[in-house]
Design a protein around this ligand. Structure first.
Ligand SMILES: Cc1cc2nc3c(=O)[nH]c(=O)nc-3n(C[C@H](O)[C@H](O)[C@H](O)COP(=O)(O)OP(=O)(O)OC[C@H]3O[C@@H](n4cnc5c(N)ncnc54)[C@H](O)[C@@H]3O)c2cc1C
Length: 514
């Protein structure tokens, strides 16, 4: 993986010259300074007590490249810092356990020596979930879970599969595919993110309308904590008290290390039909999505771009700039076991709802183009960064009745803070009661200006009654807004849980809990 950007370096592309010129003329984007080489990244000398003790338990690396590759995540500020050679958040060592017991043993040593531990899955966090506070700790390790990468078992009667946490999503899908099964979880970070990371950050994928969010898929969890092991989830549903799985989902490594996940799986679809629809305006498309959700007719994939995103053509990143026919583009993806008459009748009913709200079917071409480019947007971000633009995404969610207010609030905050940014938005996760809003911002702002703008947007989201995150999580970047969202008593509950599971406070300090 590109340590200063996204993904496979072979897939990186330069922006065409006319687009670079447009960025300059419209947004004032200027060429950036050249990125530093790996040897030039500024790293502090590693300080780590108990190195020998850790080495006696499992694999430990202190080499430069391993440390650099485990520094922070993949938000745009993370990438900008890495492009500039800022390795100040690098761990002192990368520790790679091969079993649950090794994780427990590492946690015991780290608790005794006050070494901060950052669980590291795919490293794709975009909310500062991998940059712990160092103050008060004798050192920091990244606990890389990549060696815990097995599909442990498949129970086809119950339609559940048990995985280790460090398996990456494509490999998990490949192994399930051998059984004719799928998770149906395809976030844009699919290529690199891990199942443990999805659970720890409550991820949601592009087919969430059909398959649910990742936290919907988690039936059971094993968690290693400094306080011992938690085994959670012994039945599909239970009335045995509060559901402690919910304490772990979204805990972002602050309560424990997920070492095993039991997940609900589905039959892999035999038929996938993705098609484009055009709506006169964003509100029309949003009403159509609401109707589909409330009438129980959701396709597997449902996504609606606003007017600006449609104009730029972001739903089809491989043909960017090609969407200039006005209105708002929606993608509807129908998936079924074999496209049976019952499936087809449902899909036609869904199409009728889209048409009822003013949608015009554009056929399969836009749907296929979206499906083809569905994992390309992160590469486009690299191309834009290389051209000197700052491009970042942010997301929130609310109830349907509040969606227009939240949409306006976020846009206004961005426009107010950044002057003349390009602000695009889409809806891609919908429920009976509401939906998420996902914004992409392109600007010439430098890192400091962007971070100030982001704080203003966070405040705008809170005051417009949105949640601070629908699926990226809290990390460090959303910690204060999250505290406002759950209130002082909520924060005290989190602290009490942390105190019991992690009395030395070594797990991902500074992340999630203020
Ligand atoms: C280009 C791009 C596109 C993205 N698209 C989406 C998207 O469509 N949908 C979406 O939901 N998210 C998306 N994300 C965000 C990110 O991919 C998700 O948050 C994902 O869940 C992180 O998985 P990971 O394995 O990379 O975890 P990491 O980034 O390695 O970790 C995330 C957090 O979880 C903790 N953690 C990781 N593994 C464990 C474990 N086993 N036990 C305990 N804690 C653990 C870490 O300490 C960290 O706080 C995107 C990110 C990028 C960079």
């Amino acid at each position: 993986m590109n340590w200063q950007g996204w993904g496979d370096p072979a897939k990186a592309r330069e922006l065409p010259e006319p687009i670079v010129k447009l960025l300059h003329d419209l947004l004032g984007v200027r060429p950036p300074v050249a990125p530093v080489a790996m040897e030039q990244v500024r790293l502090a000398e590693p300080v780590l007590p108990a190195l020998d003790e850790l080495r006696a338990i499992t694999r430990v690396s202190t080499d430069r490249e391993a440390r650099v590759r485990h520094t922070r995540g993949k938000s745009t500020p993370d990438l900008m810092r890495m492009l500039a050679g800022d390795g100040s958040d690098a761990p002192d060592a990368v520790v790679s356990p091969g079993s649950h017991d090794e994780v427990l043993a590492v946690l015991r040593v780290c608790a005794a020596e006050r070494i901060a531990v950052v669980p590291f899955g795919g490293g794709t966090s975009v909310v500062g979930g991998l940059a712990p506070a160092r103050e008060g700790f004798a050192g920091v390790i990244a606990l890389d879970l990549a060696r815990l990468d097995r599909l442990v078992s498949v129970d086809a009667d119950s339609m559940v599969a048990v995985f280790e946490p460090g398996i990456r999503a494509p490999e998990a899908e490949r192994l399930l595919g051998e059984h004719g099964l799928t998770l149906g979880h395809f976030p844009q970070s699919f290529e690199y993110a891990t199942l443990g990371g999805f659970a720890a950050a409550r991820s949601s994928g592009q087919a969430s309308a059909g398959y649910g969010r990742f936290d919907d898929m988690v039936v059971g969890l094993t968690v290693a904590t400094p306080g011992g092991t938690l085994e959670l989830g012994r039945a599909p549903k239970s009335a045995a008290g509060p559901d402690l799985r919910q304490l772990v989902l979204g805990s972002e490594g602050a309560f424990g290390v997920i070492t095993s996940l039991r997940l609900r799986v589905r039959r892999a679809p035999a038929v996938q039909e993705y098609e484009g629809w055009r709506f006169p305006a964003f509100q029309d498309g949003a009403s159509a999505m609401r109707s589909l959700a409330q009438r129980g007719l959701l396709p597997a994939v449902l996504r609606l771009s606003d007017e600006t995103e449609t104009m730029i053509g972001l739903a089809k990143p491989e043909s960017i700039g090609g969407g200039g026919e006005g209105g708002c583009l929606a993608i509807a993806g129908f998936e079924g076991s074999s496209g049976t008459p019952a499936d087809r009748a449902r899909w036609d009913a869904a199409r009728a709802v889209l048409a009822e709200h003013g949608g015009a079917c554009l056929g399969e071409e836009p749907g296929q183009a979206w499906a083809h480019g569905r994992f390309s947007a992160p590469y486009l971000r690299d191309s834009l960064l290389a051209a000197g633009a700052t491009v970042e995404t942010l997301e929130t969610a609310t109830f349907w009745s509040n969606l227009p207010r939240l949409y306006d609030a976020v846009r206004l905050a961005l426009l107010g803070a950044l002057g003349n940014p390009l602000v695009m938005c889409h809806i891609s996760h919908v429920y009976e009661t509401g939906a998420s809003l996902y914004f992409t911002v392109v600007t010439s702002a430098d890192l400091e200006t962007w971070e100030a703008a982001k704080r203003q947007v966070n405040a705008a989201i809170v005051s417009a009654d949105g949640t601070i995150s629908h699926h990226h999580g809290v990390g460090r970047d959303h910690r204060e807004a999250y505290a406002e969202e759950i209130g002082p008593l909520g924060v005290e509950i989190l602290r009490a849980v942390k105190e019991r599971l992690d009395p030395a406070g070594i797990l991902n300090p500074g992340v999630l809990i203020p």
